[in-house]
Design a protein around this ligand. Structure first.
Ligand code: PGA
Length: 277
């Protein structure tokens, strides 16, 4: 799956003292930190190194980005690196994983708003280099919009690093249980577990959108490197399931076992269900 000309993996970055444990779970490298902030500091540092390296070569660095509570401390650290250590995002291109269908970019619950609030408004990334699926696209235009999104990823040279969270039901992006390995960017129905988890953010369950546009499993697996972040004991079961065979559509995160450059970045809480091997 790895493309030619790719540098060493993020997995090869110097392991800091804050790391409690590293281990290999099949094809997946697992790194457990004492605290999510330490894990995010290390990941942000590795990203900064790649971005600067590419800038020196006159090339872009292409990131796949998640939303939700998981990446918030990572984005905060990237913003800090921009403000305090001069990290420029001028050569960064981003593709977000998903957007709720029916929400406009101005809607405060939209992932467009989330990205502005947590990252884009605070760094020097040119807005035209950021991409998020359009939740307002007409239903009969959705397929074309999704094909255009895939084409934009290809035109950018493919995703260098795909960052992911994981749902309680094992979803990645909004690839819900049942999603196929060959799936591409598309309009999907949200799983009830996902809608339940989002209920607080939307005031109540009935206000949570029923659909979303998400990149596909195949889109995710084409990234050159993947880092999945998970914090807290509520994610422990999903994480444990994701790293173990069999690979199955019922737990879409298990598809990550097919990739040869995947790292799971955990804290103590999310690692509690992992086998002590
Ligand atoms: P969370 O969501 O970061 O808000 O826990 C992650 C996900 O559902 O993928």
């Amino acid at each position: 799956m790895r493309l030619e000309g790719v540098e060493s993996t993020l997995a090869g970055t110097t392991v800091s003292e804050a790391v409690i444990e590293t281990r290999q779970a099949g094809s997946i490298e697992v790194e457990v930190h004492g605290h999510r902030s330490e894990a995010c500091r290390e990941l942000a540092g590795a990203i900064a190194e790649r971005v600067r390296q590419r800038a020196a070569e006159g090339r872009v660095y292409v990131l796949g980005l998640p939303t939700g509570s998981t990446p918030v401390p990572l984005y905060a650290e990237l913003v800090r690196l921009h403000r305090e250590e001069g990290l420029s995002f001028a050569n960064v291109v981003t593709f977000n994983l998903d957007e709720y269908y029916g929400l406009s970019p101005e809607n405060p619950q939209s992932y467009h708003a989330f990205m502005r609030k947590h990252l884009f408004d605070h760094v020097d990334i040119p807005r035209e280099q950021t991409h998020i699926p359009d939740g307002t696209v007409a239903r009969d235009q959705a397929d074309q919009h999704c094909r255009d999104y895939e084409a934009a990823i290809r035109d950018a040279g493919g995703i260098d690093l795909m960052l992911l969270g994981i749902g309680h039901n094992g979803h990645i992006g909004f690839n819900e249980p049942g999603a196929l390995e060959a799936s591409r960017t598309r309009l999907v129905r949200l799983d009830e577990v996902t809608r339940h988890m989002a209920a607080t953010a939307f005031g109540d369950h009935d206000h949570v959108p029923e659909e979303a546009i998400t990149v596909g499993v195949a889109t995710i697996l084409e990234a050159r490197e993947i880092v999945l972040m998970a914090w807290g004991s509520l994610k422990a079961k999903a994480v444990a399931r994701a790293v173990r065979p069999p690979v199955e559509a019922a737990v879409p995160a298990t598809y990550l076992q097919r990739h040869d450059a995947v790292k799971f970045l955990l804290n103590k809480g999310s690692a509690t269900w992992m086998d002590p091997s």
